[in-house]
Design a protein around this ligand. Structure first.
Ligand SMILES: Cc1c2[nH]c(c1CCC(=O)O)Cc1[nH]c(c(CCC(=O)O)c1C)Cc1[nH]c(c(CCC(=O)O)c1C)Cc1[nH]c(c(C)c1CCC(=O)O)C2
Length: 368
């Protein structure tokens, strides 16, 4: 395939490993599927090599680079799913905000939202096919180049997480600027959350049309909200996104599993399991057995090994994985970390994690 060929979202290679999709739908495949959040990342020397040549968001805007970075971890590890290389902050960019990725500092907005009047600066009707076309192209190209090895997951940031970045202007420990809006400007907060929800719905539908076989919604900043604020400012939008995406896909006779990952939102597990998502992603602060009890078999679960357990010796990783599998069981379960991989992690220990999931779960499924 030459670089100038038009790559269309059709005639994709046949999927050879559907363990992830079956587990997402509540089945028990022959082994528990496993992937890692941030599996394309700086812990891989081949990732650092590509990233060293280009600015972060320029990399995100290059379908060829996104495809290569998405495929890199699959060449090393027998993951059962892949996630498209991109970032959640492409949405604020599409709405007209300038965001840079600064080395050592992380995402940085040039001109964050300060007061409700600033909402007027945002583009209200974002044409995702124009503004985020580069993500759709990356998905289509990657789905072809993955050759049906594993499914490709598309993703988005959830409204509250994106809103907090747009107001804080970058990372924050207290998120107090963004939370100030919730308490002081609740109406404008809802207006912004609604605007984001509308863009996110179109963005996710565009990703499916481009070839995404599952969708994950990252509410990374759920934990900074308490249960009352979560119920008012996060949950209704998470629900709305799943319902609208599913309804629109249904009209076309399509259906893709959706995963919600609301980090540190253990207080809302019951509500999350009744929010129209097939899969609820968990961070490591939740005990697997109690997560199963509280979600009452309504959803599949994904997670949740402490990423820092990858600093342990390989034998200990294997023991930790075995206990995690015993807690979750092997039906309707997708193994993952409780959050992303860190740049200083050893790829060999990632391999040990993946192997441990496959080996222990194969035995458990056979013995059942
Ligand atoms: C909050 C958030 C962001 N981005 C994302 C989230 C939600 C998940 C989470 O809670 O971590 C989502 C994301 N970002 C990235 C992916 C790609 C797919 C994958 O997981 O492999 C995904 C799914 C690439 C990336 N996005 C980023 C990197 C690392 C920076 C680099 O490559 O230079 C990668 C691989 C940068 C990024 N982008 C963001 C942050 C906080 C950072 C880290 C900044 C830093 O540590 O310096 C915003």
């Amino acid at each position: 395939m030459s670089k100038n060929d038009v790559i269309l979202p059709k005639d994709f290679p046949e999927l050879k490993n559907d363990t992830f999709l079956r587990a997402a739908r509540g089945e028990e495949p022959e082994h528990v599927p496993v992937w890692c959040m941030r599996q394309a990342g700086r812990y891989l020397p081949e990732f650092r090599e590509i990233r060293a040549k280009k600015d972060f968001f320029d990399t995100c805007r290059s379908p060829e680079d996104c495809c290569e970075l998405t495929l890199q971890p699959l060449r090393r590890f027998p993951f059962d799913a892949s996630i498209i290389f991109s970032d959640i902050l492409v949405i604020p960019q599409a709405m007209g905000m300038d965001v840079q990725m600064l080395t050592g500092k992380g995402p940085t907005f040039t001109d964050p939202l300060k007061e409700p009047e600033d909402l007027q600066r945002l583009k209200a009707n974002v044409d995702v096919n124009k503004e985020l076309d580069y993500v759709f192209k990356a998905i289509t190209l990657t789905r072809h180049k993955i050759e049906g090895k594993v499914p490709l997951i598309g993703f988005t940031g959830a409204p509250w997480t994106l809103m907090s970045y747009m107001i804080e202007g970058g990372g924050s420990t207290t998120h107090s600027k963004a939370k100030r809006w919730l308490y002081r400007h609740p109406e404008s907060s809802h207006m912004l959350l609604k605007m984001l929800t509308d863009v996110i719905v179109e963005y996710l539908l565009g990703q499916v049309a481009a070839g995404a076989q599952a969708l994950q919604v990252f509410e990374s900043h759920a934990g900074i909200l308490g249960p009352v604020e979560f119920k008012e400012f996060s949950l209704p939008y998470l629900r709305d996104i799943a319902r609208r995406v599913k309804d629109r896909l249904k009209e076309k006779g399509q259906d893709v599993p959706m995963i919600v990952f609301a980090k540190d939102a253990h207080y809302a597990l019951e509500e999350l399991s009744a929010s129209h998502y097939e899969v609820v992603g968990l961070d490591w602060t939740i005990d697997p057995r109690s997560a199963r009890e509280r979600t009452g078999g309504k959803v599949s679960l994904q997670g949740n090994m402490d990423p820092c357990a990858l600093y342990a010796p390989k034998e200990l990783i294997s023991d930790i994985v075995k206990k995690m599998l015993e807690g979750f069981g092997t039906r309707g379960y997708i193994a993952n970390l409780g959050h992303g991989l860190y740049p200083d992690m050893d790829p060999e220990n990632v391999a040990a994690f993946v192997d441990a999931v496959h080996q222990h779960s194969k035995l458990a499924v056979k013995q059942a």
